[in-house]
Every structure is written in C-alpha cells, then in structure tokens.
Design a protein around this ligand. Sequence first.
Ligand SMILES: Nc1nc2c(ncn2[C@@H]2O[C@H](COP(=O)(O)OP(=O)(O)OP(=O)(O)O)[C@@H](O)[C@H]2O)c(=O)[nH]1
Length: 258
Amino acid sequence: MAAIDKVRVLVVGDSGVGKTSLTHLIANNEPLTSPGWTVGCSVEVKLHEYKEGTPSQNTFFIELWDVGGSISHKNARGVFYNPTNGIILVHDLTNRKSQENLQQWLMEILNKEGKDTLRAGDTMDIDPEQFLGSTQIPILVIGTKLDMLDENNKHRILNRTLAGSIAEQCGADEICLNSHEARSLAAGTTDSVKLARFFDKVIERKYYSRDTGRKYTSNYTSTSLGPFGPYLTQQQATSPANAFGYPNTNPTVTESLS
Ligand SMILES: Nc1nc2c(ncn2[C@@H]2O[C@H](COP(=O)(O)OP(=O)(O)OP(=O)(O)O)[C@@H](O)[C@H]2O)c(=O)[nH]1
C-alpha cells in the first residue's frame, strides 16, 4: 500500500483558550469533556480527503500539533515549529486579550521577537505577504466558547465582518464555535467546509505544483525550500496513539517527510 503523505498544522493560542478541546474535536469528531493542561506539545492525527468528491481526491494525514500555551514554556516551543505547513490561531471569544495576543503567536512562530519590546496597547504590523498566496503559510483563525456568550454578543460576533481582524490581515478564514458540541464541525456545515478548505490549502502548498496542479512525487519535500526548512531530527513531543494505525505515533523519533 502506498504511504500516506502528511502535513503539520500548528494549533496555537493562549493557555486555556481551548486548543486541546478543539484539536480533539477536529481529529475525533467528538468533544473532549475534561482536557488536561498541555505540557510541551501533543499531537493528534486526522485522516483528510483532499478535494473530496472531485477527480483529484486523495487521502492525507493532518498532524495537529497542539502546542501548550503557558508563558513559562515560551523559550522551548520553537522546537515544534519546524516545519510549519499550516497554522490554526485559537482565541477564546470571552477573552478579548487572547485575540489580541494572536499577533504575538504569529511572531513567535516566525521567530520574530516582539513581546518584550511592545507596550500594552501597542500593535504590531503583520506583513500579509508572509501569509497570503499559494507560496506562504495558510492560516485559519478559530474563536472558541461561543456557547458562553449571551445571545446579543453571539449575534454580534457571528454577524461581524473580518475587517481589521487578524484573520483579515492574514487573508484567513475565521470560525467561531463551541468545542463541547460535536455538531459544531459536523459534515456539511459551513464551518466544516471552511476547515476542509483550509486543510486542502495546506496540502496544496506542500504537495502540489502551482504550475501544473499535479502532485509532486513522494520524495519531493517542498517545505525544505519553504520558510521553515526541513524537519528537525529530534522533536520533543508527546503523541497519543490514534485510531488509524498511523505509522509513526511518536514524533520524538526521527521523522522525514520525504
Ligand atoms: N464552554 C466551553 N468550554 C470550552 C470550550 N473549549 C474549551 N473549553 C474549556 O476550556 C478549558 C481549557 O480548555 P483546553 O482545551 O485545555 O485549553 P488549551 O488551550 O489546550 O490550554 P493549555 O493546555 O493550557 O494550552 C477546559 O475546561 C475546556 O473544557 C468551548 O468551546 N466551550
């Protein structure tokens, strides 16, 4: 059987915004009722059908790297960021600061220091060129805990435009959901379509030629040419077993994307 190709998607945001709950929902189609505090990073794997229902349909593994948001681990997190094929920026809809901090998360992933030099209220310029277009890193913004908003705020959030938001700055889609609800990402919903489109974009950027639209041969690694270089040889991560008999359930072992 041919090996299944894979991409790495980082799931980042402040501690407690709901990254682990969200990652579990995406990977298992069911809510996680009592997530633990993530130390370091945990990896869940989802089988995704690229361009499902079209002649180009193809199966890929999506590795979801849920990076612990605690500030105390900031200095050690860089080890998880190489390579990065896609980024899910997570914020808590009941916590405005967690949304503002997404810029800092992007800068951290891009290895640009900013936190120490910025004062409260300052903003950082995001260069859209780093994220927009087919050669850059696809981003999806997800707001969690929609169920905790009162009806007025829920209505306001669901009907607001992306103008001025980090999603707009990065050319990204945004999803607002309740991770405790399995139906939030049920097949056929607008949000599940946005998520599938995002994964397709991540796969496309890594495995498909922009010129011909055809898939590269399996020993081609476009990330080695991208902004984050090749995979590290040692990755300090934990990884739960998964339901797909995923060939390498322990990313602490040397990996190669070739
Ligand atoms: N009501 C509600 N609670 C949520 C939602 N998402 C997450 N939570 C709760 O928020 C708390 C934190 O969730 P986690 O998934 O552990 O958050 P995290 O971002 O992974 O946190 P760290 O591991 O510290 O980085 C838990 O009690 C979750 O059950 C949501 O959509 N709605």
